[in-house]
Design a protein around this ligand. Structure first.
Ligand SMILES: [Ca+2]
Length: 198
């Protein structure tokens, strides 16, 4: 009896701590704010760095951001990120447009287009969210940029796992069990339980 109650408390604590660590999962994108230039990113489909893509100081946060504006068709900025098979991830980022048309913006993960925006009018940095489920230990994250006369800016890219409903449920059950144990302990008398002071 003593052991089983101790095990229940330990189990509830372990569940709560484990679920808490999952909820607090951090960004798996490296250099998502471009403060280290193009480190950890690669580009394809652009003409030349400094001409139709690059890093400048028009930042959302920090002092650097990516700008891209390939001509006639999108050039792509890519990073391979570590993911857990079956886990769902939230992808968020900030985009600004200089208003030059035509322009195109794309978000592609593992070859699947998740978000498409054409002819974004002049706008300051605005946040976008989308999500995807990972099907392999690494996922290819790509942003596409076309802007024939100017550029689109990107900053503060973040990919973080979304806790599954089961995990939240487990956490709730764990905390509930803990509360139940506490109530029982408070209600029990030394003579009836024989487990005081355990
Ligand atoms: Ca930045």
């Amino acid at each position: 009896m003593r052991t089983s109650r101790g095990a229940r408390v330990a189990g509830a604590l372990a569940l709560a701590l484990w679920a808490g660590s999952v909820v607090g999962q951090s960004n798996v994108v490296v250099n998502g704010g471009f403060e280290s230039g193009l480190a950890s990113w690669s580009t394809t489909g652009f003409f030349a760095q400094g001409f139709d893509f690059g890093i400048d100081s028009t930042a959302h946060t920090g002092s650097s951001a990516f700008f891209g504006g390939a001509i006639e068709s999108p050039g792509f900025l890519s990073q391979s990120i570590p993911t857990s098979v079956g886990a769902t991830y939230d992808l968020s980022f900030w985009v600004a447009s200089d208003g030059f048309l035509p322009n195109q913006f794309r978000v592609v993960v593992n070859g699947q287009t998740l978000l498409t925006r054409d002819d974004i009018l002049l706008q300051p940095y605005s946040t976008f969210h989308t999500s995807f489920m990972a099907t392999s230990p690494s996922s290819q994250l790509q942003f596409g940029f076309r802007n024939d006369s100017g550029s689109l800016h990107l900053d503060d890219v973040s990919v973080a796992v979304i806790p599954e409903p089961e995990i939240s449920l487990l956490m709730a059950v764990g905390l509930g069990a803990l509360a139940l144990v506490r109530r029982r302990r408070a209600a029990s008398s030394p003579s009836s339980s024989g487990m005081r002071g355990s």
